[in-house]
Design a protein around this ligand. Structure first.
Ligand code: FEO
Length: 173
């Protein structure tokens, strides 16, 4: 069974993952408003991943006998200056998620909660990918600078991103 402290920390992270989804939905809206439909798609797919992160963690709390509590979700940022700034903000956010996941692992280790330590490894690995994805796009956006054709090419590439909600068997919940 989860400790009260671990339950509280995981419930807070569930809300933060939902907040992440909110942020990416907001970014998708900003991109779509500027005709960057590929980037909007990328953000929608990212938001889908965030909702899954929240779902998976909430299911774990319940499975381990913790009391799942739905906490308040903050309103995300609404405006950005450029697509580069959007992705820089996304990277900054992902780094804060990584730091929170690391804190959760530290707590699990301190409590000798081996099941939670193992469960959280999935998120540790996921964060490596999340940061790397944003970094790669930032590098491409920096390369093209103010070149409109380059921006359209990147937008076309971002349009190809997909996300499928994992089947229950692969859900590990
Ligand atoms: Fe769920 Fe982007 O971290």
């Amino acid at each position: 069974m989860l400790s009260e402290k671990m339950t509280k920390a995981l419930n807070e992270q569930v809300a933060f993952e939902l907040y992440s989804g909110y942020i990416y939905w907001s970014m998708a809206g900003w991109c779509a408003d500027r005709g960057l439909n590929g980037a909007a798609n990328w953000m929608m797919m990212q938001a889908g991943e965030e909702l899954f992160h929240a779902h998976k963690m909430n299911a774990y709390v319940i499975e381990r006998g913790g009391r799942a509590k739905m906490l308040k979700i903050d309103e995300p940022r609404f405006e950005w200056g450029s697509l580069l700034e959007v992705f820089q903000n996304a990277l900054e956010h992902e780094r804060s998620v990584t730091s929170r996941i690391n804190n959760l692992v530290d707590l699990a280790v301190a409590e000798r909660d081996h099941a939670s330590t193992t469960f959280l490894q999935w998120y540790v690995t996921e964060q490596v990918e999340e940061e790397s994805n944003a970094e790669n796009i930032i590098n491409q956006l920096k390369l093209i600078g103010n070149d409109g054709r380059g921006l359209l090419m990147i937008d076309r590439e971002l349009a190809t991103r997909t996300f499928t909600w994992p089947a229950p068997a692969a859900d590990a919940t």
